[in-house]
Design a binder for this molecule. Structure first.
Ligand code: UD1
Length: 389
């Protein structure tokens, strides 16, 4: 694939992207460090600062889809992601407005930088917007976390996944179901790379780092210390929080569960807005926190009795650490977390959530295992493929 020095653009826009970009950058740096081994440390550092390697160089673009300190900069700091070369300031808006703003600004970057490959991750609007721009400028698209399908077209992410994969050149895949989906869609076999999961690379790296960190630095350390057992909750999907009936049902289930076990709940800005708008009151046994940085969030959920979530990434991260996970959705684009991992789908109706919660608390989920290639080496595999294929 790469015969001369190639230029990559890495795209990150929203919170779940940052965890996936960090290991790629770390791996690119490591490669460059090895390539420039013979050079003086001054030249080596200069080249790393300029994001150069012998085989390839890269630029980092932050679309600005997420922009609050807690949703963006806190992650760049925690995850050791360098300052972006471009910040597009797309901000919030309707899907059309947000996507259009990202596309317009990203086109200028591509025209200026003339990259050979644009790397997009996940399934957010930034993923979709930047892959369309790249492909129309005849730039190759590499999609990390390609092939996942919920088969639920009411999810904006499903549309983003399908459209991105329709124009992707290099499919980097996290689980077998994604390989199967791409094959069924007729994607070329020699462009599908089952590499494992960069999100798990990040998790394992951060877990190690956490062992060496003094938790006294975490703002909410005392809360963890004062709780014996707790549920860790995240909630932000439009299908759960933007609909009054769904949100009221979930809140009612949570209030009931909180009578048995306290719940720690970092509240996403979308959810905070909707809880207020619909006048949904959470019990005071649900500890509401602001959005947490990656390290502090991990500090909480790794020791949770149960994680309840509607996020995609947490279904996978809990599987990797063997923490039981109850997913507040009817479907998942990550079936491996159910087949092999610790995940159970509960849907979003009150009775179903409570009955699923009781079942997990009584029986747990036995026989969970780590999915193939979730070993912390996915980014290394991706960079090797990009350099040598
Ligand atoms: C987006 C992604 C979703 C991902 C989620 C993680 C899409 C279609 N959705 O959803 O896949 O799981 O990020 O968080 O790309 N807001 C702030 N500050 C911010 C960002 C957002 O206050 O930094 C508020 C705004 O009021 C905004 C709302 O949150 O309207 C939703 O943000 P948006 O980026 O549109 O979607 P998410 O729900 O975050």
């Amino acid at each position: 694939m790469l015969k001369r020095k190639y230029k990559l653009i890495l795209v990150a826009g929203a919170r779940p992207n940052f965890m996936k970009i960090a290991p790629i950058i770390r791996s690119l740096k490591l490669k460059a460090r090895k390539e420039f081994k013979a050079e003086s440390s001054k030249i080596k550092e200069e080249r790393l600062k300029n994001k150069e390697g012998k085989g390839l160089s890269y630029k980092l673009v932050h679309t600005g889809q997420h922009y609050d300190y807690e949703m963006s900069q806190a992650f760049f700091d925690d995850l050791e992601i360098p300052k972006p070369d471009y910040f597009l300031e797309a901000g919030s808006g309707s899907h059309a407005i947000q996507t259009a703003k990202i596309m317009t600004a990203f086109e200028e970057v591509c025209l200026k930088e003339k990259p050979d490959i644009v790397i997009v991750v996940g399934d957010v609007n930034s993923t979709l917007a930047c892959s369309i721009v790249a492909k129309k400028l005849l730039v190759k698209v590499a999609h990390i976390e390609a092939g996942l399908r919920s088969f639920d077209l009411t999810m904006p992410e499903e549309i983003n996944r399908m459209v991105t994969d329709a124009i992707t050149d290099y499919f980097f895949v996290t689980e077998q179901s994604a390989v199967d989906n791409l094959r069924k869609e007729g994607k070329p076999e020699n462009r599908i790379y089952f590499v494992g999961h960069v999100m798990i690379d990040n998790l394992l790296y951060q877990l190690k780092k956490l062992e060496a960190v003094d938790p006294a630095g975490f703002e909410h350390q005392s809360l963890k210390q004062e709780l014996d057992q707790y549920v860790f909750l995240t909630l932000h999907r439009p299908s759960n929080v933007d609909n009054r009936e769904s949100l009221a049902g979930i809140v009612s289930a949570l209030n009931e569960i909180a009578e048995n076990i306290p719940i720690v709940f970092p509240v996403h800005p979308r959810t905070a807005k909707m809880l207020k708008q619909y006048n949904c009151n959470l019990s005071d046994k649900i500890h509401q926190l602001p959005p947490l940085g990656f390290q502090e969030s991990l500090y909480f959920w790794k020791d949770a009795r149960l994680v309840m979530t509607d996020s995609g990434g947490l279904q996978e991260e809990t599987t990797a650490l063997g923490v039981p996970c109850l997913t507040l959705r009817d479907n998942t684009e990550r079936p491996i977390t159910i087949e092999m991992g610790t995940n159970t789908l509960a849907g979003n109706r009150k009775e179903d959530i409570i009955s699923c919660y009781r079942q997990i608390m009584e029986n747990g989920k036995s026989d969970s295992a780590i999915p193939p290639k979730w070993d912390g080496k996915a980014a290394e595999r991706i960079v090797d493929i990009l350099i040598s294929a």
